[in-house]
Design a protein around this ligand. Structure first.
Ligand code: HEM
Length: 175
């Protein structure tokens, strides 16, 4: 092989290595890539989730578009169950011990507009905590799957009253 041919062969080999990602770690590399952090971890773990849920609940209870729905309910239980639910849904290892979304929100008369108002309060709390847009989107997608079990009334109305037939959670006797 003459010099020119050798240089061309070398250039071709170099191109091949680069194109095939020859510089990347091999599967049996001693340092495997770190697994992707769960949404729970990216949100900042339990302290961050507790802070966001508490701020969210404060906003919801001050929002006249939706606060009538909470008139008969225990805010401490709501906060503790929400923390558990968000921790569980984001990979934090908590087991949600509350009632199903269907059972909890039955006869509450929640409209689509009120569901949207509640989500706005959550987004405000997430922004306040500095949660990245992509992480917010992932959490909202997870919560969006629950909408059908929560909304009972189609349409954008907000500030609708809590129906008289709504029965809130009450502490079982003896607890
Ligand atoms: C994705 C949206 C929502 C989620 C994840 C959610 C989650 C929860 C959870 C975990 C509880 C506690 C369940 C338990 O006590 O066992 C709860 C209770 C409650 N939620 Fe929601 N909720 C959502 C939307 C809404 C909306 C839109 C409203 C009204 C505007 C609402 C009103 C209430 C009320 C009033 C309670 C207390 C129920 C009671 O006292 O029995 N929720 N929710």
């Amino acid at each position: 092989m003459n010099t020119l041919a050798r240089a061309a062969a070398l250039a071709a080999a170099t191109l091949l290595v680069v194109a095939c990602g020859g510089g990347e770690a091999k599967p049996d590399s001693p340092v495997p890539p770190a697994p992707a952090a769960s949404l729970f971890t990216r949100l900042g773990g339990m302290p961050a989730i507790e802070a966001v849920v508490k701020d969210f609940a404060t906003r919801v209870l001050a929002d006249s578009r939706i606060n009538a729905k909470f008139a008969k309910s225990d805010p401490d239980r709501l906060v503790s169950k929400l923390i558990e639910q968000v921790c569980g849904a984001t990979g934090g290892g908590c087991t949600y011990s509350g009632r199903s979304m269907k059972e909890t929100h039955t006869n509450m008369g929640v409209t689509e507009g009120e569901f949207g108002a509640l989500v706005e309060n959550l987004v405000a709390a997430l922004n306040q905590a500095g949660v990245a847009a992509a992480d917010q989107a992932e959490l909202l997608t997870a919560l969006g799957t629950m909408k059908a079990d929560i909304v009972e009334v189609a349409g954008p109305a907000t500030g609708t009253p809590l129906p008289a037939g709504f029965a809130p959670w009450t502490k079982p006797a003896g607890q």
